[in-house]
Design a protein around this ligand. Structure first.
Ligand code: OGA
Ligand code: MN
Length: 219
């Protein structure tokens, strides 16, 4: 039997808000989206992870360390549902997946996410999380875990227009508890260099692109 946690009616109304935002504009920004009892342990967890538990993030071309370093400098640690605090987050995101599949028929099949730390000076240059027709990432999510983030620290997420990647659409301050959800194939985005250590959880909902008997691998 699968026991799904009851996040209550509050999370249902947040799920509905995200759904409406996605219908209206393809991108959703919510402050204080998740209960403090879910996100406080996530901050404690990422802050307690020793450096050797983080990996240099790649860009798909794993061999080419220099290209990767030019594009992105964050360090990542994949979440695991076996860890109780990480599991709460994954369960909340599964609740969103179920809601969006039911209301928008998105056919989201799986969700994967990683902690990311950006050390001072780290960035992630403008990119798409998925290329149209090729990849199977449909929705991108980012949760920020930085209490008391100040404007002078930088580190904003800059999102560009879907049809014009030179045109800035909006900026998001990576403040504790802010959740961003957007269509992976549509929005170019970048992370500006931060002057302080910057924590987030980046994640993606995938659709299933199984070929033959081979179930689409999650990563
Ligand atoms: C990513 C990403 C944005 C952020 O990991 O693909 O774009 O604000 N992250 O951390
Ligand atoms: Mn991205």
């Amino acid at each position: 039997m699968i026991i799904t946690p009851d996040f209550g009616t509050q999370s249902t109304s947040i799920y509905e808000k995200i759904e409406q935002d996605l219908v209206n504009s393809g991108i959703s920004i919510t402050h204080d989206a998740l209960p403090m009892s879910t996100i406080a342990p996530l901050l404690a967890r990422i802050a307690s992870l020793p450096d050797h538990e983080f990996n240099e993030a790649g860009t798909g071309r794993k061999q080419d360390h220099q290209i990767n370093q030019f594009v992105r400098r964050d360090q990542i640690h994949w979440l695991d549902s076996q860890h109780p605090d990480e599991s709460l987050w994954l369960q909340w995101m599964t609740g969103l997946q179920t809601h969006l599949n039911r209301t928008l028929m998105l056919g989201l099949f799986s969700y994967e996410s990683h902690f990311a730390q950006y050390k001072p000076g780290a960035f992630y240059k403008k990119h798409l999380d998925a290329f149209k027709g090729q990849a199977n990432r449909r929705l991108s999510t980012v949760l920020y875990l930085n209490p008391n983030w100040q404007p002078q620290y930088g580190g904003e997420l800059v999102v560009y227009e879907p049809e014009n990647e030179q045109q800035e659409l909006l900026r998001v301050t990576p403040s504790f508890g802010t959740l961003v959800v957007f269509l992976s194939e549509d929005f170019p985005h970048e992370v500006l260099p931060a002057e302080q250590l910057r924590y987030s959880i980046a994640g993606w909902y995938r659709v299933n692109n199984s070929i033959g008997n081979r179930i689409d691998p999650p990563r």
